[in-house]
Design a binder for this molecule. Structure first.
Ligand code: PRP
Ligand code: URA
Length: 210
């Protein structure tokens, strides 16, 4: 089957922001700010193909033809870390519909367990699934399957950092889903953390590192 694209942001600012996120010395308040800025860049890239609809607008000078967004958007953050990517989506697309999926990886097996789901009908919507870390790809694959079950036909996965293993899993399970990431890292360690990665995104975002 045809496998759609992986896009890695290629912008100096994206690289600069990701370096700040990777730095173990970055405090939670700065980490949140960096995550917000980078998510704005990721979401702009991920929505490049949103269809447009022609309209007529009257400027102070004259009437002219113009364009507006042609289909409604939806975003699905994967709890908990994905919540750190939600506010920038609101800033860019204030009308966006929001679905929530709660998944937590087992510390032993790295297999994600579902603990919450609240999804709208996604029919006709351009859907972004947002989760900062695409490690084994298990969480993202489960989430996308649920989103498709709720009627989504146009889904894009948006992550801050991906591993080659996570990308391969998503492309195998959901070959129709484009992936937009800030960086593609080397691989996974024995605990299935991304290497070099940035550690546990949720813990760093919410100051729950122990
Ligand atoms: C992290 C991350 C992803 C998942 C990625 O969440 O935010 O959801 O792991 O790993 P995977 O690709 O191997 O499935 P975690 O389960 O630690 O929960 P949290 O967001 O509540 O911290
Ligand atoms: N979850 C994270 O937060 N970081 C990783 O590297 C892998 C999963």
């Amino acid at each position: 089957m045809f496998v759609v694209s992986l896009t890695v942001l290629d912008h100096p600012l994206a690289k600069h922001l990701i370096t700040g996120l990777r730095d173990a010395e970055t405090e939670p308040f700065a980490f949140r700010r960096l995550a917000r800025s980078l998510t704005t860049m990721l979401v702009l890239e991920a929505t490049r193909d949103v269809p447009l609809r022609p309209v007529t607008v009257r400027t102070p000078i004259q009437e002219t033809s113009a364009e507006v967004l042609g289909c409604p958007l939806a975003v699905v953050p994967i709890l908990r870390a994905g919540l750190g990517m939600l506010e920038p989506v609101f800033d860019l697309f204030p009308e966006v519909a929001v679905g929530y999926i709660g998944l937590e990886r087992s510390a032993e097996t790295a297999v994600a367990r579902s603990y919450y789901s609240k999804l709208p009908d996604f029919g006709g919507k351009y859907v972004l699934v947002v989760d900062p870390m695409l490690a084994t790809g298990g969480s993202a694959s489960q989430a996308i399957a649920s989103v498709k079950q709720s009627g989504a036909t146009q889904v894009t996965m948006v992550s801050v950092i991906a591993s080659p293993e996570g990308v391969a899993k998503l492309q195998a399970d959901h070959p129709d889903v484009p992936i937009v990431v800030g960086a593609l890292d080397r691989g996974l360690n024995e605990k299935k953390y991304i290497v070099p990665g940035l550690g546990d995104f949720g813990d760093r975002l919410y100051a729950t590192e122990h």
